[in-house]
Design a binder for this molecule. Sequence first.
Ligand SMILES: [Zn+2]
Length: 185
Amino acid sequence: MKKHELPELDPHIVSQQLELNFCPRCGHALADMHAFGQVRRVCPACGLVVFREHKVASAVLLENEAGQVLLVRRAWGPKQGYWSLPAGFVDDDESPEAAAIREVCEETGLEVADLALLTLISGREHERGADIVVVYRGRIVGGVLSAQDDASEAAFFSLDALPPLAFRATREALARWREIRQEPA
Ligand SMILES: [Zn+2]
């Protein structure tokens, strides 16, 4: 028997929302039918209804003692070379908080704790993006700053000297942070 060869894995395409054409339960071709209030993909053989779900990402806004914010430079497209908050998709077996802590560690080498919700941003910006981004603030409790994984650089920036930003989500999170800093304690 010929052994299946795995294609080269590309983590940057598997996050795309794929259109299902065949039933993942029984293999029959799916049809577009009215179900639960709108047209959805339905299996005429076994009755499975495909509900498309939002992709969720977590991001973290971290500041240093000088009040500068930590950004990472994107090593891959889309928006390669532009800067964003450390962020990534929430895996199905972890909480948004756990994903946030993991992504900061993977991209910047820093350990963070004491996460608090800063804002929640909805609306997909590009086909590989998230539909909902949960943005936390946090405290750096360990590690050594070094860019890794999806980041080619990681550095702290003053709000009045930001590098070119990749996404609306980062701009909105920074705007929210600015507001909070101006609110009386
Ligand atoms: Zn089926």
